[in-house]
Design a protein around this ligand. Structure first.
Ligand SMILES: Cc1cc2nc3c(=O)[nH]c(=O)nc-3n(C[C@H](O)[C@H](O)[C@H](O)COP(=O)(O)OP(=O)(O)OC[C@H]3O[C@@H](n4cnc5c(N)ncnc54)[C@H](O)[C@@H]3O)c2cc1C
Length: 494
């Protein structure tokens, strides 16, 4: 048997696998689906030649993540392309707020609120590594930059409270900020939504909301290539239904199992081995707002009415802050919004390889209630047409995945929850349960490494890093900073 078994080949499972392999351990990864990569897969899901990102499409977190910076994605052949405009937020009347990578250009476009935007983001942008250190930590240590931590915290408190409008006087800037906050799929004026807005908003003005050339799949592919180079293997089409075949029978056996799984899947495969109290707490873990994914193959670029939108990698299609608030509240109480929040990505802005010449892929998802089986592609098209009249005429093919269908492509997306667990305040801090070490399970040698642990969702590999660190220390008495293992150039195996 391998020293280490990883169940699930998402970015966290693969990051953990590479760290363990770099420590000299034998690693086998088991993946339920036919292809590896979890939430970072790319597939020709509309028509041949059109490559669509199945889940994650924009990667500010991968670019900034300590894991991927240490691993050096670029050195492993991954090209992360930065649109000049990280994200755009069109409003009715042909205007749009634009978050340029360049903070000054952003400020210029926000009229009377430009100064307020600068005051909010400039100190964070200047100290962005400290912002990343706070937002991507395991929440169990003191942040490395206390001043930035205080600044970050104050802004989060402000944007997560009734004071969220005090610094703005016009419509563009608050709408621009709310579009980012909504990524958390909780009420936009919630602490965790504000935290997402501060992190992603900062990254928009640093490295940018990058898009990988060729599709998100290149990120897991780079990790898999490294794992295989070190002698590890990924077995696709292997759904694990019971932990029995992996869990060591003797507690002194130097073996670790890392689960890139949501709590629901941990319960499914191992409930009978878990103490009743822990299992009960996992059952109380809540799954949250979900997405209906709608991918389009287009015969041309989207005819945006507002200037600037054509150059943006990502767009938030909802309208004003008030409209976003209403739509997200409706979803939060389990109903469908008439005009839902739509997140769109146009990879063709920087990556011509996604579609045959002249064609384009267009990525969208709309927020819907957990478990929704409704195809909301008509509402998505209406929302796009609102800001880009003529869009519907360009559609060559559409692929829809309802929230209810999400878990048939990835068991971690319970009811279509794209965060592997609601991002409310309690579940942000105590993910999946309240424990000092949230990665270790009560089963000796078995660890959770998925985004259902801190620091939560996103393609950044940090959950995998923290889980791997605990497993190395506890199971193999290897007390090395796992980031050092990723940084260290490892000679090719004979
Ligand atoms: C629609 C959508 C859009 C998103 N957009 C973005 C974005 O733009 N940017 C961003 O950074 N993040 C985005 N995310 C979030 C991101 O994809 C996830 O947070 C990230 O992939 C989590 O990584 P992970 O390794 O924890 O789990 P996952 O990537 O979910 O991987 C888990 C893996 O485990 C496998 N598995 C589950 N059960 C079993 C089993 N029993 N046996 C074997 N294998 C099993 C699954 O098939 C899957 O491959 C998005 C997610 C979705 C769904």
């Amino acid at each position: 048997m391998a020293d280490v078994v990883v169940v699930g080949s998402g970015p966290n499972g693969l990051a953990a696998a590479v760290i363990m392999a770099r420590a000299g351990l034998g690693v086998e990864v088991y993946e339920a689906e036919a292809t590896a990569g979890g939430g970072a897969r790319t597939a020709e899901s509309t028509i041949p030649g059109y490559r669509h990102d199945v889940c994650a499409g924009a990667h500010p977190m991968a670019l900034a993540s300590p894991v991927f910076r240490a691993f050096d994605l670029t050195a492993h052949g991954v090209e992360l392309l930065a649109p000049e405009i990280s994200y755009a937020h069109p409003l009715d009347g042909g205007v749009a707020a634009l978050a340029w990578r360049d903070l000054d250009r952003t400020v210029e476009g926000l009229g009377r609120d430009g100064r307020a935007w600068r005051a909010m983001f400039e100190p964070l942008v200047r100290h962005w590594p400290d912002v990343v250190d706070i937002a991507m930590s395991d929440l169990r240590r003191v942040p490395s930059g206390p001043t930035t931590a205080i600044r970050f915290g104050l802004r989060v408190l402000e944007q997560g409270s009734p004071l969220w409008g005090v610094r703005f006087r016009e419509q563009l800037a608050p709408a621009l900020l709310t579009g980012v906050a909504a990524h958390a799929i909780v009420r936009p004026r919630a602490i965790t939504a504000a935290g997402a807005a501060m992190l992603l908003g900062t990254l928009a003005h640093t490295g940018g909301w990058v898009i990988p050339r060729g599709g998100s799949q290149v990120i897991p592919d780079a990790l898999i290539a490294e794992l295989e180079r070190l002698g590890g293997r990924v077995h696709t089409g292997c759904r694990v239904d019971s932990l029995d075949e992996f869990v060591p029978t003797r507690s002194d056996t130097p073996c670790a199992v890392l689960l890139d799984l949501a709590p629901a899947e941990l319960l499914r495969i191992a409930e009978y081995r878990l103490p009743v109290r822990y299992a009960d707490r996992l059952r109380r873990f809540r799954y949250g707002g979900a997405a209906c994914k709608v991918d389009f193959a287009l015969s041309g670029p989207v005819p945006w009415r507002a200037q600037g939108c054509a150059a943006a990698g990502t767009l938030h299609l909802i309208g004003t802050r008030t409209e976003a608030m209403v739509a997200e509240r409706v979803v939060a109480v389990g109903r469908h919004a008439e005009r839902p929040y739509v997140l769109a990505i146009q990879p063709g802005v920087v990556d011509p390889t996604r579609a045959p010449a002249g064609g384009h892929t267009f990525y969208t998802y709309a927020h819907v209630p957990n478990g929704s089986a409704r195809d909301v592609s008509a509402e998505v098209i209406t929302q796009i047409e609102r800001f880009a009249p003529g869009f519907a005429d360009l559609i060559v093919a559409v692929n829809v995945r309802t929230a209810a269908e999400m878990s048939t492509h990835n068991a971690n997306h319970v009811g279509g929850d794209i965060s592997a667990g609601a991002m409310n305040l309690r579940q942000f801090a105590f993910r999946p349960v309240a424990r000092w070490n949230p990665y270790a399970t009560p089963i000796p040698g078995v660890y959770l490494c998925s985004s259902a642990t801190p620091p939560g969702p996103g393609v950044h590999g940090m959950n995998g890093l923290y889980a791997a660190g605990h497993a190395l220390r506890d199971r193999f008495a290897i007390d090395i900073d796992p980031l050092e293992l990723l940084r260290r150039p490892i000679p090719r195996l004979p």
